[in-house]
Each structure stands twice: as C-alpha cells, then as structure tokens.
Write a protein that binds this ligand. Structure first.
Ligand code: PGA
Length: 257
C-alpha cells in the first residue's frame, strides 16, 4: 500500500511571522492525522521556524527547491544539507514555475534530485505538460522525456523512494483542474513508464501526486482514482480550512475541522 501524501506548496507567500501563525493553525486542524503524510513547503526563510512550530506533529516540512552543490561560491543558492539543517525531509524539484520562469531544465532537475537523495531528502519531482503540448497530443511524449531525463542515472532502489507529482501546467493556478479521468490517465501512464524504466516493484511503490487547482470540491474525486496517491496543493493550501478539508479527503472528510 502506498501511503497518501497531501502537500501544500506555499510558493512566494507569507512572511515568517505569517507562516508561523498559519503553521500553528494547521497544527490545530491536521497536526494529529494518521491516515496520510502532511507536508508544507514554506519559503526558505520561514522553514526553520515553521519546522519548530510543527515539530512533534504529523506535519512535515519541505523546501520548494534546492541547489545541487552542497556548498561553495554559489551566491543566492540553498543546498540539501542546509535544508536538512532546518528540519526538511522533503524538497520540491522541477516545479513548472521553476521550469517556466527560472530556466529549470530536465538536466538541472536531474542534478537536484540526485543531490536531494544523496543528502537524505525525499524529492517531490514535478512533471507535466503545457496546454499547447496537450492540445497537440504530445502529453505522453513530454512526460516520458521529463521522467527519463529527470531520473537519468538514478538506480531503481532510489527511484522507489522518490515522490512524483503530475502537474499539468494548464491546471496550475488557473482554477482549471484536470478531470479525474484525465489525471488518472496520466498517472497510469507515469506508473507504466516507471515500471518500464525501473521495474514493477519501483512503479508499485512510487507515490504519484496530482497537482493543479486541487480544492476541497474536487479532491475526493481525484483521490478515489487508483493511481493518484495524493495531492500537491498551491492556492488552496494557503487557507487553513481548505487545506484541512483536502487533508481529510473522501472517507476522512467527517474529521475535517
Ligand atoms: P495550484 O498550484 O493548486 O494553485 O494550482 C499547484 C502547484 O503549483 O503545485
């Protein structure tokens, strides 16, 4: 059984004070859930304090990115050991906003995943097609390229522990969610690709999250799909009640507070 992950990506939102206040509210609402892993990804500067605020609860803390070198003359970058030192155990890699606005490529994604694994961080490896790619029937080609290049040189045993996030670019921050059928189709494709690339065992243990306008109103249908193992939530993770309802998806909904 693959354990569900509900992760909130706070992106460029919340000062440290706001982040800590929000984390304390989340702690009240979802700090003791046991049916899934809850992860929040605040801005780098808030990581340490958010970690301290949620320490000892079910909530884990993730970086939104990392640099592949551990240290050195790389002004403005943050390394895996630095993320570890402030309490992170996960890190988002290759988010489409990084690919779109900050020159992230499949090759740099691969370096970041390797660095994360080397230092004991679980990468949340984001892939997904643009609207143009979907409309020209290139979705599966794009996913194949991103997965093959992103995981290049990483042995099967390591890939099994990676979290993949399928985030169609056209659904991120647009309010336009993939239908549950579209999401399931892409997730099943990704799982089959992982099986082909690294074996059935890896494909069966790898968790594949869906991301792109996940909301309280659509999470239950998405989570009911067999190959959707969780959600990576942007906008709706910035509201405590919404995020709590997403954490308490489907059969857990009566627990939402
Ligand atoms: P969204 O963002 O939920 O606001 O669409 C998802 C993401 O970027 O991970």
């Amino acid at each position: 059984m693959r354990r569900t992950i509900i992760a909130g990506n706070w992106k460029l939102n919340k000062t440290t004070d706001e982040a800590v206040r929000f984390a304390l509210e989340l702690k009240q609402r979802v700090g003791s859930v046991t049916h899934c892993d809850v992860i929040v990804a605040p801005a780098f500067v808030a990581l340490g304090e958010v970690y301290r605020a949620v320490k000892g609860t079910s909530i884990r803390v993730a970086g939104q990115n990392l640099f592949w070198e551990a240290s050195g003359a790389y002004t403005g970058e943050i390394s895996a050991p630095m993320l570890r030192s402030v309490g992170c155990d996960h890190v988002i890699v290759g988010h489409s906003e990084r690919r779109q606005y900050f020159g992230e490529s499949d090759e740099t994604v691969n370096k970041r995943i390797k660095a994360a694994l080397q230092h004991g961080l679980t990468p949340i490896f984001c892939v997904g097609e643009t609207l143009e790619e979907r409309e020209s029937n290139r979705t599966f080609d794009v996913l194949t390229r991103q997965v093959v290049a992103g995981l290049e040189g990483i042995p099967a045993g390591r890939v099994a522990g990676i979290v993949v996030a399928y985030e169609p670019v056209w659904a991120i921050g647009t309010g336009r969610t993939a239908t549950r059928e579209q999401a399931q189709e892409a997730h099943a494709f990704l799982r089959a690709l992982l099986a082909e690339q690294r074996g059935d065992h890896v494909a069966a243990s790898c968790r594949i999250l869906y991301g792109g306008s996940v909301k309280p109103g659509n999470v239950d249908g998405l989570m009911a799909q067999p190959d959707i193992d969780g959600a990576l939530v942007g906008g709706a993770s910035l509201d405590a009640a919404s995020f709590a309802r997403i954490v308490n998806y489907g059969p857990h909904a009566s627990l939402a507070g």
